[in-house]
Design a protein around this ligand. Structure first.
Ligand code: SAH
Ligand code: SF4
Length: 402
């Protein structure tokens, strides 16, 4: 079984959870609202106590129970003896000239993940990681190139948001460009699950994190401002629709199965027709009335007129918007970014055909925070040679296109 097949098997049929270790501290960042309410109830606390505690932890970013002044003394003592509020340990923080900030967190055993904050006039977007590494193995992605190391748990996913809000509150310089007012009192007004990893292959832990993000007593983000980006794990798109529908972005990258099989290996398991049908089912409950299709622009690979025609056909089947992403090269990929003129023309052709299309601005280039550069220090755990044929085929196609 390949690493990707076992990752899919694991998310579809998760092994029974190991029982919680008796005596180990409970990290409150990892409890979704229902689990926190249950814990407080077990201790004889009223539901409003759980809400108060949640506000202290998630909204005010307080990690010392002694500072939670309106909680009863005995309750604080109980928390002190049994619980912690603990984000992953920080390795490095980097700041870009354009205001982008990147935090590298230590995940143990030589693994690291990255979180990136992107300030704009009217919002502050946090790009969060869901796994150390990724099993999908897209040949244009440095995370995929490194292979899969491990899933993050809910506390580690939410911990990135908790940490960022706190860091930006303590040192708000440039937290928003031009300091424009926004509806959220927190620095982070939008979350995109577009960091390292395939969020839908870490479903249960992701779900706990999403539930905290949209909970009024935790981060209170509107469902429209939380986006899950997926390479297309069809059964889990359906589960997300049922459990916690937030905005959905799908990494399309190719309009036909033959090309998508090469660029997004998960397509061999869940081909385009199934993916597009899942997108339509999702739209029935989605907080936005379109799916965002991400489309990386690779020179001579997927940026031709043929693909324009293919995408027009895709857009006939699903209500969608396209986001074209200039490829951020990394040495091992053997791939090149489409020239800016080609990207502009591609966008124009789609737009002329009546499609809604934006081109992603590249941010944080000077600190390697742009998409796909989230290399961290994840060790290469995969047999890279297994994937070499993919790369070779893509290069040949590249040559055919001249
Ligand atoms: N696994 C999920 C989410 C993380 S990747 C997914 O694939 O959707 C987030 C986005 O970054 C995806 O659209 C992905 O295609 C894009 N990306 C990956 N590598 C990139 C690179 N080298 N340059 C630009 N975008 C990249
Ligand atoms: Fe994984 Fe997404 Fe990278 Fe593909 S693009 S390897 S799915 S993180």
């Amino acid at each position: 079984m390949s690493a990707l097949d076992s990752a899919i098997e694991e998310v579809l049929h998760p092994a029974a959870q190991a029982p919680a270790v008796r005596g180990a501290a409970i990290n409150l960042l990892g409890l979704d609202p229902a689990a926190l309410a249950e814990l407080v109830a077990q201790w004889g606390g009223k539901p409003f106590r759980a809400r108060q505690l949640s506000q202290w932890v998630h909204q005010r970013g307080v990690d010392h129970f002694a500072d939670m002044s309106d909680l009863a003394k005995e309750f604080r003592a109980q928390l002190e003896s049994r619980c912690v509020v603990q984000a992953p340990p920080l390795n490095i923080e980097k700041r870009s000239a354009d205001g982008t900030r990147k935090w590298l967190f230590d995940m143990g055993m030589g693994n690291a993940i990255e979180t990136v904050y992107i300030p704009e006039d009217d919002r502050g977007t946090l790009c969060i990681s869901s796994q150390a590494g990724c099993a999908v193995g897209c040949p244009f992605c440095s995370t995929g190139y490194q292979g899969f190391s491990r899933n993050l748990n809910t506390a580690e996913i939410v911990g990135q948001l908790w940490y960022a809000n706190r860091a930006l509150r303590l040192d708000p310089e440039g937290a928003r460009l031009n300091g424009a007012a926004v509806e959220s009192p927190q620095a982070v007004s939008n979350v995109v699950m577009m960091g390292m990893g395939e969020p839908l292959l870490n479903y249960d832990q992701l779900l706990g994190a999403l539930r905290l993000m949209v909970n009024d007593h935790a981060y209170g983000l509107s469902r429209r401002r939380v986006t899950v980006s997926t390479s297309g794990v069809v059964p889990m798109i359906d589960r997300l629709a049922r459990d916690c529908p937030v905005a959905l972005a799908v990494s399309l990258h190719a309009p036909t199965d033959d090309l998508r099989d090469e660029l997004v290996p998960l397509n061999r398991k869940y081909p385009l027709a199934e993916l597009l049908a899942a997108c339509n089912r999702y739209l029935e409950v989605a907080p936005r009335d379109f799916i965002t299709f991400e489309y990386i622009m690779l020179d001579g690979v997927n940026d031709g007129d043929e693909q324009v025609r293919g995408l027009v056909e895709v857009a006939r089947q699903v209500r969608c918007k396209f986001n074209l992403i200039p490829f951020n090269p990394f040495p091992q990929s053997g791939l090149k970014r489409s020239p800016p003129a080609r990207v502009r023309l591609f966008a124009q052709q789609l737009s002329d055909a009546g499609l809604t299309v934006t081109v992603r601005k590249t941010r944080g280039d000077d600190i390697d925070a742009a998409c796909g550069q989230l290399a961290g220090e994840v060790k290469d755990r995969t047999r890279i040679n297994e994937r070499k044929p993919d790369r070779a085929r893509i290069v040949i196609r590249n040559k055919e296109h001249g």
